[in-house]
Every structure is written in structure tokens, then in C-alpha cells.
Design a protein around this ligand. Structure first.
Ligand SMILES: *[C@@H]1O[C@H](CO)[C@@H](O)[C@H](O)[C@H]1NC(C)=O
Ligand SMILES: *[C@@H]1O[C@H](CO)[C@@H](O)[C@H](O)[C@H]1NC(C)=O
Ligand SMILES: *[C@@H]1O[C@H](CO)[C@@H](O)[C@H](O)[C@H]1NC(C)=O
Ligand SMILES: *[C@@H]1O[C@H](CO)[C@@H](O)[C@H](O)[C@H]1NC(C)=O
Ligand SMILES: *[C@@H]1O[C@H](CO)[C@@H](O)[C@H](O)[C@H]1NC(C)=O
Ligand SMILES: *[C@@H]1O[C@H](CO)[C@@H](O)[C@H](O)[C@H]1NC(C)=O
Ligand SMILES: *[C@@H]1O[C@H](CO)[C@@H](O)[C@H](O)[C@H]1NC(C)=O
Ligand SMILES: *[C@@H]1O[C@H](CO)[C@@H](O)[C@H](O)[C@H]1NC(C)=O
Ligand SMILES: *[C@@H]1O[C@H](CO)[C@@H](O)[C@H](O)[C@H]1NC(C)=O
Length: 808
């Protein structure tokens, strides 16, 4: 990134003499400015002093139109950061001119010398006006070349297109009354303003909003000069610093980089994603630092054989050996048509030209597609052969068992962990084969780790991206929440015939919408809220979208009948997997993923942008699993919906007491730390695979957290582990979870970590120290227990009798 471009290297002098000999810029090719009387046309450019940026005409993508733009001079591939005439392209540059006009404006004249774009700036005199391209990428117009006091008249940073550069500020210019915002390109071929804009909220203080066609789609508070909730990169180790400027001139949000060799830009893409990119010199590529709104790859948005990838500039890309089925649609960021093979499969036809049949291309870090066929073969070779022998087999994976996929592969996703998928290709498509391209696409994410330590912390967020998609988004804005009539829901649930379960707030029924999406319909009971308030709360809940939170799809409100419609989770609830002695036992890896998922879901609820949501009822029954066993927090926001009666409902509910924090039971005001407490209680259950209070083999009642806390302190962790796991677990992870659980159930809220911290600990970013024995447990201690009295000071028994509900 220090790549120094010497303005007057012999090569450029040669080139410039050759190319620009007829031009009216006479400097040594590297003029960084355009003054009155000079003009830029054709191939001419101006280059900032240190050679970082270049300004001139360019044609984006496959367009035939010309635009005046600024791009990185040091970075291959012409990454454009600013466009002047984004709405008024010109078709020919040979006699078009960019110059300072008589009235001191910077203007672009087309070949007929008609102005098509103007800076609209006002200068007192034209002949002392000069436009200078700075090394920050800012094009400034100044007055007074000769005087020492260069007066700034205009700057491109105040008129950004889709990119904010370090030092650029989005928000209000109090002097001119202008508002700086960024607007996406129409598509990669056309810089005309697209539907997405981003800026600080004109009404709210310190809030950053993304809009689609004028409607808000995402909002983030700028808090203490940082984005809140923390976006990766806003931590202290981050090379990027976010600040909120509020002074006499401006009220705006900006970021700066601490190390000037860190090349970064923030761009609102035509798909609606706002991303911070940074340049990786070693691999010569742009990578994303963060993306908002967080999104999740799903819904086959990348089509058959398309791979959804957070790190890819366009979200979707084709698998190796494939190309877009419709290049036109892909250019417009519509990927659903998917990808097709470049070369069709030979399928065992060895009589072809090079005598080769099909081969498999290894794709690492993949989320494996759903619905494989499972084969019983003994080795990876046999699995490969089985796929090869079946002409409709397109891919296989071998990890203990053999899975093969026939037909189109949907929902391929590049993930941080994930498995290895072998995709079948014609041998001629292979790198190194005679007819193939030598291009090797790196499918590993290993670079991430290598580049910047901070990225470790990102992975969690990268994985936790929320659903998002351009077309989807349009739909989303218009109908983020479906309002059903009671009749609709009667129909959808076949008159409430299939009950999924029931809790303190009502019963849940399974339903199927007309488009055959499955939903869970919850009939709320004991609600005494007004119509208007109910709707307000429901709308708030609908805005809560995270991969680890069950999504609210719709609602129905008719008189006293209040129903909520959620996405359906085919995996059922966590307690059904954890505590029932049926079928399969959740392995430790899976449990750890579930724990991490719940933690992320709760952290999102607590620390999300607009308001903190305390779940108030965290327990395994309220964690649902999707078909891939991804954990989602359910039943959040009930406290708001139910209102004041909430705690009464809760305390009269079976099985809830054991998860309630002491301050709640004693009637003190609650904070999000009550969820942390409940989460800690739940961790013990995930470790042991048993309810915290159960009968032990010898008939005595034990309260597991108490036992666990003492064992953790004694260092005897494995004895706590669910015996059904037969000791198959990562000791380090179990230790971490045990200690964390102990910290979470500390009596004093101040001693409990926040959910954000919990996530970091689980991700291994932070170490967790040895916890003190929770005092709450000591308080519970009496001397009857046979299990816990070997530590003289700590004696436990089952919790006091308000908790009859513990025993089922
Ligand atoms: C960037 O990469 C180029 C070529 O890969 C190399 O010559 C240059 O030294 C690198 N610069 C830095 C700062 O690493
Ligand atoms: C414009 O560029 C030329 C060549 O680099 C330089 O000599 C001159 O001082 C510049 N003028 C201004 C006002 O920066
Ligand atoms: C611009 O440069 C290209 C090659 O780089 C050359 O073929 C073309 O003639 C140049 N056009 C002008 C107007 O100088
Ligand atoms: C220049 O712009 C004017 C006004 O937009 C237009 O009528 C004219 O055709 C353009 N000339 C060329 C050569 O594009
Ligand atoms: C410049 O100002 C004129 C009139 O005030 C306006 O019509 C035009 O849209 C402005 N152009 C730009 C690029 O802001
Ligand atoms: C240009 O500048 C010179 C001195 O700097 C001044 O005498 C002259 O009047 C100016 N011309 C115009 C058209 O402003
Ligand atoms: C965008 O908003 C305008 C008015 O606000 C409306 O007329 C137009 O139909 C909207 N576009 C889309 C694609 O929804
Ligand atoms: C096998 O490949 C050869 C050469 O590519 C071709 O001529 C022949 O038709 C193919 N046979 C089948 C059954 O596809
Ligand atoms: C290929 O495998 C699928 C799934 O196992 C099976 O249904 C199909 O019959 C197989 N086809 C052939 C030709 O063996």
C-alpha cells in the first residue's frame, strides 16, 4: 500500500510524451490540478500529488458511456470512488471538456460544447480558480492560486456518489443547508442514482439510516462516537475510527483511518448493502470489513450452483467451472437464475478427445446443500466412485458418511467453518488441463486470518448476517409484516388443529400459508393491551431480524383475539432435543454451535440498534432449531406485549423459576442481565443434558449448577458432562462454557458479563477466568445435600420451595 508511484518515472514520461503530446496540460504528466484556461479531454487525467488518485473519463463495466470519475491510481482494476456526471453521460470524449468556466465553476461540456454537468460552485473570479485532486481522493475547487489563503469553494467529498472515503462526512452542512448522503449506482454499468441511499437521519440525532426509495430499511445509532451496536472495526484495535462531528459548520458522521497505509472505502452497493472495503496488498484484492444491514444467505438467492459469499463483491458468484445462466440478470444483481456448466459432463464417456471423463473439484468451507442421499460406503474413494457411477450425481461430501447430491445444487454458501464439497466437473474444466483457464479461484477464507487479527472477531458477525436481498428487500419494505384476518389464520392452521405446544402466553399451532411456507401461529392469552399499543409493539418486533432470532411474519388483531405468526422451525425446541431420552443425542460440537447461536441472538436483542429488548424468559423451551440445527431465540418481546402482568404470568409458569435471576425474584428493577443469568442456567443444562434440578440415581435431589460450580472450581470438568456424550467433547470448550456459566449466574448483576462479551468469549476472542462461586448458590446452601457438602463452606440443596415446578 506504500506502492509509490513516482510521478515522473521514465516510463510515464515516455508514455505521456507519446500519448499526451498534443494536450494543453503541459506539466510532467502528473498535474494534480486544473486551472482556468486548461481543459481535460480524451485520455487525459490529473493525478494527485503522491499518485494515490486519478481523475479523468472512464466507462464503467460494459457501458459505452463516458463519465468523469476519480479512481485509485495505485490499485489495479479502476475502482471508482466518485462520479461527476452520473446522470448525464457523454458518448464521446475526444472533444468533450472538463474545465473551469468563465464564472468559476467546474463544468463538463459534451462534444457540442453544451454543459452537461456543473459543480454549481460560486467563485469570485475565474482566473484564480483552480481544481485540485488531493491524495485523499477529494477534488477541491479553490480560489486564489497566488494568495496564501486558498479559499475552499467546493469539494467532491461534499457531493459523494456511492462512496464515503476516510475524512468524508455524511450529514448536514449547517452553512449551506446541504445534506450529504450516498446513493447507490443503478447497477455496475450505470452510475446513475439507484434506489438506496445512506446518511444520518435528518430527524434523529446521531443515527445513521439506510433508505430504499425513501423508506427506511436500516438504522444505527452513533453512540459515543462509535457505531452502536458495535460493528466490527469499531473496537479500539480497529484501524478505522468512527466519529460524529457536531460543530458550527457540520453535523455529520465520518470515519478516519489511523494508519494511512490502510486503504479503505465505504460503499453503498446497488444491492442495498453498505460495505466497508479494505485493500489487501498481498493478494491484490478488496475484502469486506463489515456489511450492513447484516444479511443471511438463503432462499436460493444465488440460484443453482451459485455460491453465496459475504466476501464476494456481488454476494453471489458461480461455482468453479460454472458461469451465470443469464449474464444480463447477474449484472443487475439478480442471481436467482443461477449458474450453468461451462462444459457439460461426459459421464463416463471416455471416448472423448482427451480421453478423460469427469473429475471432482474440491470446495472447502462450504455449507453443504440440504437433502443429500446418504450412501453406505466405506471410504471417501468409494463415495467418489459412487457419485461418478451415477450420471445424475453432481457432488459428494465425505465426512464419516457419504452424501451425494443429484440434480441442481441450491443454497451453496461459503462459510467460515462448514465442510468440503466435491463438485463434479468435466475434466477439461480443471485448472491445468489443456483447455482450461489457469485462473484459480481461492475458495478458502484462510486469508482472513492472515490479514488482520481483528478479523477473528468479525467472523461471528460475518456469520450472523441477517437476511437480505435486493428484490426481497423491496418486498420487505412494502410488506414487512403481514396482517392476517382471524379467518385467514383459521384456514392457515386448519382451524387450529395441529398444536405445537403451549406456554404461559398461549398455544402455538402449525400452519401453512398459500405459498406453502410453514408457519407457527401463536394465540396470545391474557393480553390486556389496547389495539394501538399492540400494533406498535408488533411492528417493533417485526423489525427484529437476526439469524439467531425467530422471525415474526405477521399478526392478527381482532378484538380480544391476538395472534402472532412466526416462521416455522422444523427442528423443534431445544428442550425436546436435550432432555428427552429419545433418538439421537446432541453432540458437543452441535451444542457449542447452539450455545453460540443463542448468545448471538440475545446479544442482538440486547444491543441492537434502536432499543434494548430484554427477553425475560430465556430457557431451552424458548430456543428453537431450524432444520440445520441453527439455534433461534423465540418468544422475545413478550414482556412488552403482555405489559405489567408479565412477571406474574412468568412466576406462575412451570419450569421458569429456575432461570430467574435473584433480583427479579426479589422484585428489584431488572436489566438485560436477567437474561444473562437465565442463559447461564441454561448453559448448565446444555453441559449436563439434564434439567438443572433432577433426581439423581440414588434418589436424592440435586441442584446441578451448585454441583457444577464446585466442580469447576475444583477443576473436575468432565464429570459434569452429559454422560451420553461418552466424554466426546473438546475439553477446552467445555471448560470455557462451564466457567462462563458460573460467571453468568453471579448474584450481582455487575459481575455477570454482557451478552456481547459472552459471544466474544465463546468465539475464543476473550479468555474467561476462573469464576468465584456464585453467592446465590451459597445462599441456597443448606446442609442436607449429599452431593455438594464435601466443600465445607459450600453446601447446597435444591432451591427453596417456591420452585416446586422444578420437579416434573
Ligand atoms: C504490495 O504488493 C506489491 C506487489 O505484490 C509489492 O511490490 C509491494 O511491495 C507491496 N506493498 C506493500 C506495502 O506491502
Ligand atoms: C498545478 O500543478 C502543477 C504541476 O504539478 C504545479 O506546478 C502547480 O503548482 C499546481 N498548481 C496548484 C495551484 O496547485
Ligand atoms: C487513448 O489511449 C488509447 C490507448 O491507450 C489510444 O488508442 C487512443 O488513441 C487514445 N485516445 C486519445 C484521444 O488520445
Ligand atoms: C450535448 O448535450 C446536449 C444537451 O443535452 C444534446 O442536445 C447534444 O446532443 C449533446 N451533444 C452530443 C454530441 O452528445
Ligand atoms: C446546479 O444548479 C441548478 C440551478 O440552481 C440546478 O438546476 C442543477 O440541478 C444544479 N446542478 C447540480 C449538479 O447540482
Ligand atoms: C485575471 O487576473 C489578473 C491578475 O491576477 C487580473 O489583472 C485580471 O483582471 C484577471 N482577469 C479576469 C478576467 O478576471
Ligand atoms: C418509489 O417511491 C415513489 C414515490 O415515493 C413511487 O411512486 C414509486 O413507485 C416507488 N418505486 C418503487 C419501485 O416502489
Ligand atoms: C462421447 O464423446 C465423444 C467425443 O466427445 C462423442 O462423439 C460421443 O457422442 C460421446 N458419446 C456419448 C454417449 O455421449
Ligand atoms: C442415482 O442416485 C440416485 C440417488 O441415490 C438414485 O435415485 C438414482 O436412481 C441413481 N441413478 C442411477 C442411474 O443409478
Amino acid at each position: 500500500m506504500d506502492t509509490e508511484i513516482k510521478p515522473c518515472s521514465s516510463l510515464s514520461i515516455l508514455l505521456l510524451f507519446f500519448l499526451f503530446s498534443s494536450l494543453n496540460i503541459q506539466h510532467c504528466g502528473a498535474a494534480d490540478n486544473l486551472s482556468f484556461g486548461e481543459a481535460l479531454s480524451g485520455n487525459q487525467t490529473i493525478v494527485s500529488k503522491e499518485g494515490n488518485f486519478e481523475l479523468g473519463f472512464f466507462t464503467p463495466g460494459n457501458s459505452r458511456n463516458y463519465y468523469i470519475g476519480i479512481w485509485y491510481k495505485t490499485i489495479p482494476g479502476q475502482t471508482v470512488i466518485w462520479v461527476a456526471n452520473r446522470e448525464t453521460p457523454i458518448s464521446d470524449t475526444s472533444s468533450a471538456e472538463l474545465k473551469i468556466s468563465e464564472d468559476g465553476k467546474l463544468v463538463l461540456l459534451n462534444s457540442s460544447k453544451i454543459p452537461v454537468w456543473s459543480s454549481n460552485s460560486t467563485a469570485s473570479t475565474s482566473n484564480s480558480t483552480v481544481a485540485v485532486l488531493l491524495d485523499t481522493g477529494n477534488l477541491v475547487i479553490r480560489n486564489g492560486v497566488t494568495s496564501n489563503r486558498h479559499r475552499l469553494i467546493w469539494q467532491s467529498f461534499d457531493h459523494p456518489t456511492d462512496t464515503v472515503m476516510p475524512g468524508g462526512c455524511l450529514g448536514l452542512n449547517k452553512i449551506t443547508g446541504e445534506r450529504q448522503s450516498i446513493t447507490s449506482w443503478e447497477n455496475s454499468d450505470n452510475p446513475a442514482p439507484g434506489p438506496f441511499t445512506g446518511s444520518t437521519d435528518p430527524d434523529g440525532s446521531n443515527q445513521f439510516v439506510l433508505l430504499w426509495n425513501g423508506s427506511e430499511i436500516w438504522r444505527c445509532e452513533l453512540w459515543n462516537g462509535q457505531f452502536y451496536p458495535p460493528i466490527p472495526g469499531t473496537q479500539s484495535s480497529s484501524p478505522i475510527k468512527f466519529t460524529f462531528v457536531n460543530n458550527k459548520q457540520r453535523n455529520c458522521a465520518m470515519y478516519t483511518v489511523l494508519d494511512s497505509s490502510f486503504i479503505t472505502r465505504s460503499v453503498i452497493h446497488s444491492s442495498g448493502l453498505l460495505r466497508q472495503w479494505f485493500w489487501v496488498n498481498s493478494t491484490q484484492e478488496w475484502r469486506t470489513y463489515y456489511t450492513v444491514p447484516y444479511f443471511q444467505c438463503d432462499d436460493s438467492q444465488c440460484g443453482a450452483f451459485g455460491i453465496c459469499d459475504q466476501q464476494s463483491p456481488n454476494i453471489c458468484r458461480c461455482s468453479y467451472g460454472f458461469e451465470p445462466a443469464s449474464a444480463k440478470e447477474w449484472e443487475l444483481n439478480v442471481w436467482r437464475s443461477g449458474c450453468v456448466r461451462k462444459t457439460s459432463l461426459r459421464c463416463g464417456n471416455k471416448s472423448s478427445a482427451d480421453g478423460e471423463g469427469d473429475k471432482f473439484f474440491e470446495m472447502t468451507h462450504m455449507r453443504l446443500p440440504a437433502n443429500p442421499w446418504y450412501l453406505t460406503v466405506r471410504s471417501a474413494e468409494d463415495c467418489e466412485q459412487a457419485c461418478l457411477n451415477n450420471c445424475s450425481c453432481n457432488a459428494y461430501a465425505y465426512g464419516g458418511g457419504c452424501s451425494i447430491w443429484t440434480g441442481d445444487l441450491q443454497n451453496l454458501e461459503q462459510v467460515y467453518d462448514g465442510g468440503t464439497l466435491y463438485i463434479r466437473l468435466s475434466a477439461s474444466d480443471f485448472p491445468g488441463s489443456s483447455s482450461s483457464h489457469k485462473l484459480v479461484i481461492s475458495l478458502t477464507l484462510s486469508v482472513i486470518g492472515g490479514i488482520l487479527g481483528i478479523l477473528c472477531a468479525l467472523v461471528g458477525l460475518i456469520l450472523a448476517f441477517q437476511r437480505r436481498k435486493q428484490i426481497w428487500m423491496a418486498k420487505q419494505v412494502e410488506s414487512s409484516l403481514i396482517q392476517f384476518t382471524y379467518g385467514d389464520l383459521q384456514h392457515v392452521t386448519k382451524n387450529f388443529s395441529e398444536r405445537l405446544g403451549s406456554g404461559g402466553f398461549g398455544s402455538v399451532f402449525k400452519g401453512t400459508l398459500i405459498d406453502s411456507t410453514e408457519v407457527a401461529v401463536k394465540k396470545l392469552e391474557g393480553l390486556r393491551q389496547g389495539e394501538k399499543q399492540f400494533r406498535t409493539e408488533v411492528r417493533t418486533l417485526a423489525g427484529i431480524q437476526h439469524v439467531n432470532v425467530v422471525r415474526l411474519r405477521g399478526f392478527c388483531s381482532r378484538g380480544s383475539k391476538k395472534l402472532l405468526v412466526y416462521e416455522y422451525m422444523s427442528g423443534g425446541s431445544l428442550d425436546s432435543h436435550l432432555f428427552r431420552n429419545n433418538s439421537t443425542v446432541l453432540g458437543w460440537k452441535m451444542r457449542y454451535q447452539i450455545i453460540l447461536g443463542i448468545a448471538r441472538g440475545l446479544a442482538y436483542l440486547h444491543e441492537k440498534c434502536r432499543e434494548c429488548i430484554i427477553h425475560c424468559d430465556v430457557k431451552p423451551d424458548n430456543v428453537l432449531l431450524d432444520r440445520d440445527f441453527c439455534a433461534k431465540v423465540a418468544d422475545f418481546g413478550m414482556a412488552k406485549l403482555i405489559g405489567r402482568d408479565f412477571s406474574t404470568v412468568l412466576t406462575t409458569m412451570r419450569g421458569t423459576i429456575g432461570y430467574l435471576a435473584p433480583e427479579w425474584i426479589s422484585g428489584l428493577p431488572i436489566t438485560s442481565k436477567v437474561d444473562v443469568y437465565s442463559f447461564g442456567m441454561m448453559l448448565f443444562e446444555l453441559i449436563s443434558g439434564k434439567r438443572n434440578a433432577t433426581q439423581s440415581e440414588d434418589g436424592s435431589k440435586i441442584f446441578f449448577p451448585c454441583l457444577a460450580a464446585t466442580k469447576v472450581i475444583e477443576g473436575d470438568i468432565f464429570s459434569l458432562l452429559d454422560h451420553r456424550l461418552n466424554g466426546v467433547a473438546d475439553i477446552e470448550e467445555v471448560t470455557r462454557v462451564c466457567r462462563l456459566a458460573c460467571w453468568c449466574i453471579q448474584e450481582s448483576e455487575g459481575h455477570r458479563p454482557t451478552m456481547g462479551l459472552v459471544v466474544q468469549i465463546l468465539e475464543g476472542v476473550l479468555e474467561v477466568s476462573m469464576p468465584p462461586l456464585p453467592r446465590a448458590l451459597q445462599v441456597l446452601a443448606q446442609d442436607q445435600s449429599q452431593r455438594c457438602d464435601h466443600l465445607s463452606s459450600i453446601k447446597c440443596k435444591d432451591p427453596p420451595d417456591q420452585s416446586l415446578d422444578f420437579y416434573q
